[in-house]
Design a protein around this ligand. Structure first.
Ligand code: NDP
Ligand code: X2W
Length: 351
């Protein structure tokens, strides 16, 4: 059995890791950490998980936990992962970080957008960006997996076939994305209150959201370009729903290029041909967030608008599953040479 520790287990992504991993046939959860609930039974913190794990929350003892586990999932706020990664290196263990501390290749990009100094820039080159559909070969060989952000997961998966086929101008991409409120985590925040979110929709982080450089970095990597050469407009919106991301992407077709929606759909189907979690919808069928509610599945719909000469793509994911915990488990399965779908096969809940 793979011994797993979940650090930050009492947050939303931590709880999603517990829910999914407690049904993983090759996994034993050996430790759950928390800051606020030390010594409290985990099922008291999450009664919905009663009977799934008979553990109490414990404080962070990095050395001891790393010693006990084969792999550690970090579900912590940004900026707290470095000591874990350093200890993992010392002990030769594997780390999957759900936060952003190891997602960037250039330390300057992280420091500019996260407005904080990186404590271990030397480790950035050791980390692999954990998007299995694009990077599984590198993930297999790695010890430090930087799990992507939720918006970047939806956006990059929606863009990758277009970029590889070189049909759009990579400098004219617009992404309009919507998220459920669980994307903001479980800690109390004014903007997450029912009265603020219910019957309301708002844009936030306009032209400043930290997922912009993450998406640009991965697009540039796909194109074999330097990250500074790609610039996109990314606007996230908060929706009155619990889970889900819908990312609508607009790409400008290269001048004089003629391509039909049928041809483009075939490009997507070929690109994701063997991917168990990616589903390309048929003409006039547009993905809905509820199709992936609670699952690791991704739905992508697309068309070509001949009037504007633009491609329009929409991608739906569950931010807590494919956008966080599910993808992290997919990465763990790769690291331990298991089928990628282990513990993740189930479809979403409908209605
Ligand atoms: N929510 C989402 O949809 C996604 C989140 N992520 C990323 O995953 C990470 C976790 O997110 P999420 O689960 O939403 O966050 P939450 O705010 O829900 O949970 C944070 C967890 O970290 C613990 N924690 C908070 N501060 C400290 C500290 N100073 N020292 C030790 N532990 C601490 C909390 O403990 P306690 O409960 O005891 O206070 C809790 O277990 C973040 O980096 C986030 O950006 C990535 C993709 C999607
Ligand atoms: C709705 C909401 O607030 N969403 C979060 C994104 C969560 C996420 O993907 O997390 P990372 O911070 O790990 O990149 C936000 O916009 O900050």
């Amino acid at each position: 059995m793979i011994k797993v520790a979940i650090v930050g287990s009492t947050g939303y992504t931590g709880a999603e890791l517990v829910r999914l991993l407690s049904h993983h046939p090759e996994v034993e959860i050996v430790a759950l950490t928390s800051q606020s609930y030390v010594d409290q039974a985990y099922e008291e913190v999450y009664p919905s998980l009663t009977g799934q794990v008979g553990l109490s929350c414990q404080a962070q003892d990095i050395e001891a936990l790393m010693n006990e586990a084969d792999v550690v999932f970090l579900a912590l706020p940004h900026g707290l992962s470095v000591p874990w990664a350093q200890e993992a290196y010392r002990q030769g263990k594997k780390v999957i970080d759900l936060g952003a501390d190891f997602r960037f290749r250039e330390v300057q990009t992280y420091e500019n957008w996260y407005k904080t100094k990186h404590e271990a820039p030397d480790l950035l080159s050791q980390a692999v960006y954990g998007l299995p559909e694009l990077n599984r070969h590198k993930i297999r060989e790695s010890v430090l997996v930087a799990n992507p952000g939720c918006y970047p997961t939806a956006s990059i998966l929606g863009l990758a076939p277009l970029l590889q086929a070189k049909v759009i101008n990579p400098k004219k991409i617009i992404i309009d994305a919507k998220s459920g409120v669980s994307g903001a985590g479980r800690s109390a925040k004014l903007g997450s209150l029912y009265g603020e979110v219910n019957e309301n929709v708002k844009a936030y982080g306009v032209a400043t959201h930290r997922h912009t450089p993450e998406i640009e970095q991965e697009i540039a990597a796909l194109l074999g370009m330097e990250a500074e050469k790609v610039k996109l407009s990314f606007t996230p919106h908060l929706m009155p729903m619990t889970r889900g991301i819908l990312s609508t992407i607009y790409g400008e077709l290269l001048e004089n290029l003629q391509i039909s929606a049928v041809e483009l759909r075939q490009i997507y189907k070929d690109f994701y041909d063997k991917e168990p979690f990616i589903h390309i919808t048929e003409e006039d069928q547009w993905p809905q967030t509820k199709w992936c509610y609670g699952s690791n599945h991704v739905f992508i719909g697309l068309t070509v608008d001949p009037r504007t000469h633009r491609v329009i793509v929409t991608t739906a994911i569950d931010n807590l599953v494919k956008g966080a915990a599910g993808q992290a488990i997919q990465n763990m399965n790769i690291l331990f040479d298991l089928p990628e779908t282990k513990a993740l096969e189930r479809p979403g809940i409908w209605p």
